[in-house]
Design a protein around this ligand. Structure first.
Ligand code: ATP
Ligand code: MG
Length: 555
């Protein structure tokens, strides 16, 4: 086994033992989403965990759509889920399965249970079943239909399948123990009638297996060994084991292992909330860059590597906890730090005129594409008398410790020259339009031959060749001060400033940016060309993350 010396998580320890003891000969895991929505960052944890274990143990990884509930499932989601998993790099090779393909085998498994006297057709209504079920402190009551004969059950179940009954008229239940302290074991329903069109099997079936019956069978049919799911299924494990053992078709039945879900603090992942944000037009779809669906993270500019790093940092545990979004930001910064070219872009421009620079002259200044990574090479950036700088980099009356430009101050124009502000032009309301400076030609490249220092370095874009582009800056879609949910009505507390669009000026070569191209805009953060709103020659940039971080990696 790989990683023998590093610390092993509790799932690896279970698998190690299973292989040592011969419980299984090889490992097979799976990711089993229900195609009823888009995947989010929490699912990424499950995907990468399952795929990672299969890789680590040289085993198999199955991609299975758990499509046994026709009410909510759609082919649209099947496609988006496949795309997301591929993007994350989890490769199922030719192991793509649909639970609906097993409907005939599940039916046969149910018949086996009936024949063993382990399942019966029950005519109680849903309400009655609930009533008969008892409570955590009181045992349940047996259904009056519990002791139907095998023959009668077989005939009724066949009639259920043949469409003789309407929805809810009858169900098939496992015959286990109405007094079990585990409510899931009190004769759970394993088949229900639903006259519905299924996204793959159409009208072939009007009875559908319940999750707790279907899921263990799906795993077992595929030869899955370790069925990894989240903690809320812990109480269902006895039923999982009951099903795979009582159906009695599997030599080495799978085992279920639960781990804690991944929650992000102050982040919305719930399907119904996102659905409402989409419907209300507050976000522009499930992949709006302010959301944390995998599609949204991808569109915003996160890389699969950054998500893998994040999931690794979070680790696997048995205790629910919530992780700060800042950790995800840390991961993308780490990933892009050396990979992304560093370009100059001015998000909130004012004109900057160098009074003593020759009119009509343009020079090309050599600039490293990434000062920390020489492999990215260099480029030439045009420079002339008129530039744009950031509005916040000039102040008429600066506070103490202000290190940027103000009348009389000298700063470095990044990669270019030292300049000193001499005057400015402003509107009647004081809004600065233009700053006039003089430059020192001896400081080309950003250093003075006499060794004199400046306190600040600011970025700029050459006005004559600047390309105007749209840049989007994001904040959390919910108001972190107020908390995610409104205490009165449970709705979301929205942050009205979650999206800010600006008309930025960028270096000319950024006009050619293609969807998903990522850059650092120096001092402003990491940006990614939007896949949906960019047009040829006119990219729209999403800020993935700013450069400032308060996040400290836990030691
Ligand atoms: P729902 O059941 O409400 O439709 P779901 O998020 O549970 O939504 P599934 O399609 O059932 O969606 O989930 C697929 C897999 O992803 C399951 O194995 C589930 O345990 C896992 N999963 C879901 N949410 C998280 C999470 N927040 N963290 C880790 N794993 C998760
Ligand atoms: Mg689920």
């Amino acid at each position: 086994m790989e990683n023998e010396n590093t610390s092993r998580n509790f799932i690896e320890m279970i698998i190690d033992k299973d292989l040592q003891e011969g419980t299984y000969d090889a490992v097979c895991t799976r990711f089993p989403p229900e195609p009823n929505g888009y995947l989010h960052i929490g699912h990424a944890k499950s995907i990468l965990l399952n795929y990672g274990l299969a890789q680590e143990y040289h085993g198999k990884f199955n991609m299975r759509f758990d499509d046994t509930n026709p009410t909510k499932e759609k082919t649209e989601f099947v496609e988006s889920i496949k795309e997301d998993i591929q993007w994350l790099g989890a490769d199922w090779e030719d192991r793509l399965y649909f639970a609906s393909d097993y409907f005939p085998r599940m039916y046969d498994a149910a018949v086996r249970l009936i024949k063993k006297g382990k399942a019966y057709v029950c005519d109680l209504t849903a309400d009655q079943i609930r009533e008969y079920r008892g409570t955590l402190t009181e045992p349940g009551k047996e259904s009056p239909y519990r002791n139907r004969s095998v023959e009668e059950n077989l005939a009724l179940f066949e009639q259920m399948r043949d469409g003789v009954y309407g929805d809810g008229e009858k169900v098939l239940r496992a015959k286990i123990d109405m007094a079990s302290p585990n409510m899931n074991m009190r004769d759970p329903v394993i088949y229900r009638i639903a006259h519905m069109n299924h996204h793959r099997t159409g009208d072939t079936w009007c009875i559908y297996p319940m999750y707790d019956f279907a899921h263990p069978l799906e795993d077992a049919f595929e030869g899955v060994t370790h069925s990894i799911c989240t903690l809320e299924f812990e109480d269902h494990r006895p039923l999982y084991d009951w099903v795979v053992h009582e159906v009695d078709l599997f030599e080495k039945p799978p085992k279920q292992i639960e781990f804690a879900k991944l929650y992000l603090t102050n982040v919305v992942t719930g399907k119904r909330y996102i659905k409402k944000l989409v419907e209300d037009g507050i976000v522009d779809g499930w992949d709006d860059p302010r959301l944390v669906s995998i599609a949204a993270l991808r569109r915003r500019g996160f890389t699969p590597e950054s998500i893998r790093m994040f999931v690794d940092l979070v680790g696997v545990s048995k205790a629910n906890s919530s992780v700060d979004y800042a950790m995800l930001e840390y991961c993308i910064r780490e990933d892009l730090k050396l990979k992304a070219p560093r370009m100059m872009a001015v998000l909130d421009p004012i004109r900057h005129v160098i009074d003593n620079y020759p009119e009509g002259q343009t020079e090309m200044l050599p600039v490293a594409n990434n000062a920390e990574n020489p492999e990215l090479g260099t480029r030439e950036v045009p420079f002339s008398r008129e530039l744009y700088i950031e509005r916040e980099d000039f102040m008429v009356e600066p506070p103490k410790k202000y290190k940027r430009l103000y009348p009389g101050a000298e700063v470095r124009l990044m990669n270019a020259y030292f300049v000193t502000a001499v005057s400015w032009e402003a509107d009647d309301d004081g809004t600065v339009r233009t700053v006039h400076c003089t430059y020192d030609p001896a400081t080309r490249g950003g250093n003075a031959p006499d060794g004199r220092k400046v306190k600040g370095t600011i970025h700029w874009v050459n006005a004559g060749t600047a390309v105007p582009v749209k840049a989007r800056l994001y904040e959390n879609i919910v108001d972190e001060e107020k908390g995610v949910y409104n205490k009165e009505d449970g709705s979301l507390n929205l942050n009205p400033d979650s999206l800010k669009e600006c008309e930025a000026y960028v270096e000319p070569m950024l006009a050619e940016a293609k969807a998903y191209d990522r850059f650092q805009f120096v001092r402003n953060g990491f940006f990614c060309a939007d896949v949906r709103d960019s047009a040829p020659g006119a990219p729209v940039f999403n800020r993935i993350v700013s450069l400032k971080s308060s996040f400290k990696l836990p030691m």
